[in-house]
Design a protein around this ligand. Sequence first.
Ligand code: SAH
Ligand code: TMP
Length: 397
Amino acid sequence: MDLVLDLGQQPLGNGFLLPDQFGEEYFFPLQCGFSEDSRLFQLIEQPAPELMFHQDYAFFSGTSQRMKQHFADFAEDVISKGFVTDTSSFIVELGSNDGIFLTHFAQKGIPHLGVEPSGAVADVAESQGITVTREFFDTNLAQRILTEHGQADVISAANVMCHIPDINELAQGIALLLKEDGVLIFEDPYLGDVIRLTSYDQIYDEHVFLFSALSVQSIFNSVGLELIDLEPQSTHGGSMRYTLVKTGRRTISPAVQEILNQELTQGLDKTDTFVQFALRVKESGAALRNTVQKLRRQGKSIAAYGATSKSTTVYNYAGIGPELIDFICDNTPLKQGKFSPGVHIPIYSENRFRDTPPDYAFLAAWNHVNELREHNKAFENTGGRWITHVPNVHVLE
Ligand code: SAH
Ligand code: TMP
């Protein structure tokens, strides 16, 4: 593996904290490597999973209406494709969070199991009648689920496969738990979009991998699974949905070869692509800092919308703190009243943004841009302007 990108010392992306915790804040070197053999783009060092996923893990999937709709459609897709048929089927979801996806199976009485180590989000899921095991998925747990419930017709995962450091063990656990004609369906932020959009903020402690179809193929072929479909998603700033089965069990969609070819054209198999990406990241970080500094010198007030884990990377890499951004607003109660990791910008509710709108607002949750603009029309109508850094630093028209 070659070191291709260094984003400096960084705190935990979702490590929102109080002033009495500033002194003991955890930092680690956020560096990425690429291997031409496995085609994996990954963090070189990752904090222990227990430091990130615990009782107070602050990301609740249901904070976005659009993501609620996305998971309703995703569930409908799994059912309409016949992957889950009736109450004799069994679906296991890794990283089930607040139950945003499994609720659609629970409501229909379909046997299901959510695997979710983080307590506060699992509480929400359980309160909605979803069955959850509060553990990290690994081969031991796969074996236990197998003994207690039998093999799964479907194993699903969204925005979590890329969080699990021991990818080979993960793949083995999945192969063990999946029925012979079962389906693994998962989605994650897509490396092709990160490179295309210079969205380097997809890189933070939790995202130990950014997958491509090439790397997913390489990991899962080794445990006897093959890709049968690839479906690009617009969620989370560009994601990919991967569908895999045990080799030879189903027809392969033409999309698989098309996207694999596109990835080769984009150079997702070459170290140099990532070296060039690192140069664009450097320019992006400097341009954002220059833009906000210039606006501050002109006496403008600036806030940020969304206390996102992604933006932790941006603020700490670009050196943007409370001297440049007055506050961040966010609709997650667990984040309000706290401070952002590393640079310590205060976080308030969305009311603060509406009551005292800034001149400019940094779109920290740029992946929810349409939803945010729709909900905050008054901000723009009264002269407020959004700043984004994706795909390059600019003020939105
Ligand atoms: N699937 C949801 C949540 C994504 S956040 C969505 O797409 O919105 C990632 C979730 O995975 C967190 O809730 C985290 O606690 C959980 N997680 C992290 N490591 C895990 C592991 N090894 N097994 C299962 N879940 C895990
Ligand atoms: P995400 O980009 O990781 O999905 O995080 C989005 C964050 O933005 C999350 O903390 C919730 C917050 N948010 C709002 O505060 N208001 C909104 O309207 C939306 C869509 C998100």
